[in-house]
Design a binder for this molecule. Structure first.
Ligand code: SF4
Length: 317
């Protein structure tokens, strides 16, 4: 996908190297700074500093129950910043409707997406939990793609997060800006094969839903389509899902290339399915032939290049 402008994405300020942690340090992420900053225009937030905790400061942590933890000082339980952090999350989500994603610092009682600990008098409770800022943010903006920086070290999670950000950004620009049934249908049409790679069931259900686009109020159409779409692509597609999609796309070359070329492409897809090569291998070959012989419809598929080619994300999955 070609980008005219960088995509606006939120980030925990300490990941950009800002010295805002409780001890005056940072947690600079080389991947975010050196690679993602080429395609993402980062807006940095430090919730703990924003609510008035100083630098350095007493560390805080989540305590109490899994259902309704509080955020208090590690030394002074009288310092309770639960509501301040939650409300700040709601407020930032309200103010940043233009964002297409958010990268969060893991394990933080404020910023963690799903890796913070909750403590009680006996120690830490089972499971990994969201920080209080994120709880407020998600309450206000539940569909925004969120990911923890540490999880971006996993190639499949990284590729999936960045693809979700690009898809959400596309929706915001090409559907939400000027909503219409036609815009939703066009969006769905572009993302058909991306959806198929994640879930055959969602591909069918959303196809049936969009077929009735003209028969329902526009508000219902957009309000129901986007959550279902974002949920369907929220987990990385499997090799089986990708291979199945690639074989479907190969069908578009049936008349255009020789049997020998088709067999070669099919062999590469099989190699990918068996884990012998990465996704970039069959994708590069297919893109080559689709570029020469593919219809406008198949060339418009987001699946063929769901994010920036230069990031090389499909070389690692
Ligand atoms: S994890 Fe969040 S609250 Fe903690 S220093 Fe980083 S940005 Fe600030």
């Amino acid at each position: 996908m070609q980008l005219k402008n960088k995509i606006p994405v939120g980030i925990s300020a300490c990941l950009l190297g800002e010295q805002v942690r409780y001890n005056g340090g940072h947690k600079q992420s080389r991947f975010c700074l050196q690679h993602l900053s080429k395609v993402f225009d980062f807006s940095a937030f430090c919730p703990e500093v924003a609510i008035g905790l100083g630098i350095p400061r007493e560390p805080i942590r989540l305590v109490g129950s899994i259902e309704a933890p509080r955020v208090v000082g590690t030394e002074s339980h009288a310092m309770d910043v639960t509501d301040a952090l939650f409300d700040y999350g709601v407020e930032i989500a309200r103010q940043t409707q233009h964002l297409a994603g958010y990268i969060l610092m893991s394990k933080s009682p404020s910023c963690a997406l799903a890796s913070a600990k909750i403590y009680n008098e006996k120690g830490s409770l089972p499971g990994k939990h969201a920080g209080m800022f994120v709880r407020g943010f998600r309450r206000q903006n539940p569909l925004l793609p969120l990911e923890e920086e540490a999880r971006l070290n996993d190639p499949a999670l990284r590729e999936n997060f960045i693809a979700r950000v690009f898809a959400y950004h596309d929706w915001r620009h090409n559907v939400a800006g000027e909503p219409s049934a036609r815009a939703v249908v066009a969006y769905h049409s572009r993302y058909k094969y991306l959806l198929m790679s994640h879930s055959q069931a969602a591909y069918k259900q959303l196809g049936q839903f969009v077929a009735k686009a003209g028969l329902m109020p526009l508000e219902q159409l957009t309000a129901e389509y986007l959550p279902a779409f974002m949920t369907a692509i929220s987990q990385p597609a499997t090799r089986k899902g990708h291979a199945n999609t690639l074989f479907h796309i190969l069908g578009y070359l049936r008349e255009a290339v020789s049997g020998e070329v088709r067999q070669d492409l099919a062999n590469k897809i099989e190699d990918y399915r068996k884990g012998v090569v990465n996704l970039a291998v069959p994708m590069a070959l297919l893109n080559h032939y689709l570029h020469m012989h593919g219809s406008e419809y198949i060339q418009s598929q987001a699946y063929l290049q769901p994010h920036c080619y230069d990031l090389g994300l499909r070389n690692a999955i």
